[in-house]
Every structure is written in C-alpha cells, then in structure tokens.
Design a protein around this ligand. Structure first.
Ligand SMILES: [Fe+2]
Length: 255
C-alpha cells in the first residue's frame, strides 16, 4: 500500500506534510516550518510522528524542530552538509542515502543550489518526491548558496525521476510562477491550460499541489531547457542546456 500523505499550510506560504506508512505506523514530518499547524495536523491524523525529514537549514523549514522533538520521541534526519545549522539533528544523509520507512525506503537525492546541502526525499515504491525549495510547481528555488550550473545538475536529477512521480514542494508560489512561466513559454498549450486551472484553485483558496514530474516536464520552464520554442523565444537556439536554464533563472530573479 502506498504511503499516505497529509498536506497543510504553515506560516504564510509554506507547505507542511505528514507521510505515513499504515502497516508499520511509521510517520514522518517533512520539514517543520511552524509548530501549531503541524501539531493540529498530527492530532487530526491520529498518527504518531517518528521522524522529521529536513530538506535544508532555512528557518522556515526547521523552526519547529526542537519543539516537536521535545514533544515526541522522534529522530531528526537532515543533510550532512548542513548538520551544524539544523536544530536537533540526529542522523545525517547525503546523495544515495536510504532511510528505512516501514514497508518501503526513502531515497535521498542531493540537490544543492538553493542551499549548499539541500536534499530531496524520494519514495520509489509510493512514487512520491518531496522537493522542498529545489523544484516548485512551475518554478525552482532561488540560488542563495550555489550558482546556476549546480542547480541545473540538481534539477536534472529530479527531471529523470519517473514521470508519474507525485511531487510535493515547499511553498505555494505556483500562481506567480505560472505568470512568469507564460513570459518564457507563451505558446505552450499545456502551460496555458494549467495556468488557468491554477488561477481558479487559488481564487478558491485551494492548494495547487501535488503535481507530477510529467506535468512539470510539460509546463515548468525551469525543466524545459531543451525545448525548441523556449530557446527560440530567448534567442538561445545554440546555447547549452545549462545556459538556457541560467538565463531563465536570471529572468525570474528580475520578474
Ligand atoms: Fe529555503
């Protein structure tokens, strides 16, 4: 049976998520942006958290680590490269690490760029990936600690996951991402249709997650470096994939 997931909002635009294996009762909190909504989600679910999976050290992803650790007997797992910056960390992971999770395993994908040690968590059996601030629905994270070529390699790894992988990201930025995406890829019918759907969801106050790798490959300009239409639009027909990505990221910074 695939892992169960509960998604909820924290702070202003952070997503919180609970991940649960029914057979073993194992439950992970994926990032800990804010204590109260996480406690409410736990209470509502009836699950007992056994671990926090930390993607990166930013305060809006780790703020509730210590409070949750004090309340529950859980282990905090996070990237080795950010060990010093993650409150309460017990176990560290890196590219290729495997975390036992009930009847399945969670695989760690190192995705530096937004931060130097950012990791994503992938459950191949359940076909789910938590991509935090690396890959957003229709966007990608800002490059705070590593330059564009590094983020490009990180995104390439996520783009190579099976297309039916269900994706949960770290923030509800999808509407502004959609508006930007349309400036890069204005003739993409799949993007136009998705942008309309997103406008409607947000008008109703509904989340735009989850997405899938396949949907992102079809509509997210940050994964579409090879697309002939985008390259033509940017006047970069002969540029490398990494350079096309870097140009799109630069335009988003100034959007
Ligand atoms: Fe972040």
């Amino acid at each position: 049976m695939p892992a169960e997931i509960k998604l909820f909002m924290c702070r202003t635009d952070n997503f919180g998520a609970l991940l649960h294996d029914r057979e073993s009762g194992e439950t992970a909190i994926v990032d800990a942006p804010e204590e109260a909504p996480i406690l409410a989600a736990i209470e509502h679910s009836g699950w007992t958290p056994t671990m926090i999976l930390t993607t990166h050290h930013h305060a809006d992803h780790v703020e509730a680590n210590l409070a949750l650790k004090q309340r529950y007997k859980l282990r905090i797992i996070g990237p080795e490269a950010e060990r010093e910056k993650i409150p309460g960390i017990d176990d560290t992971v890196e590219e290729g690490s495997v975390i036992p999770f009930g009847s399945e395993t969670i695989e760690v994908i190192a995705t530096p760029g937004h931060t130097a040690g950012h990791v994503c968590y992938h459950l191949p059996k359940s076909k789910v990936a938590f991509t935090a601030d690396t890959l957003f629905a229709l966007g990608c994270g800002r490059l705070f600690e590593r330059p564009a070529p590094v983020m490009f390699e990180s995104l390439k790894k996520l783009a190579a996951l099976p297309t039916d992988t269900v994706v949960y990201c770290g923030h509800e930025y999808t509407l502004s991402n959609a508006r930007f995406a349309l400036t890069i890829d204005p003739d993409n019918a799949a993007l136009l249709a998705r942008a309309e759907k997103i406008e409607a969801l947000r008008a109703d106050g509904k989340p735009t997650l989850p997405t899938t790798i396949g949907e992102e490959l079809a509509t997210n300009p940050f994964l579409r470096w090879a697309d002939a239409g985008i390259r033509k639009h940017l006047g970069m027909e002969k540029a490398s994939d990494a350079d096309v990505f870097a140009e799109i990221r630069k335009r988003k910074d100034n959007f």
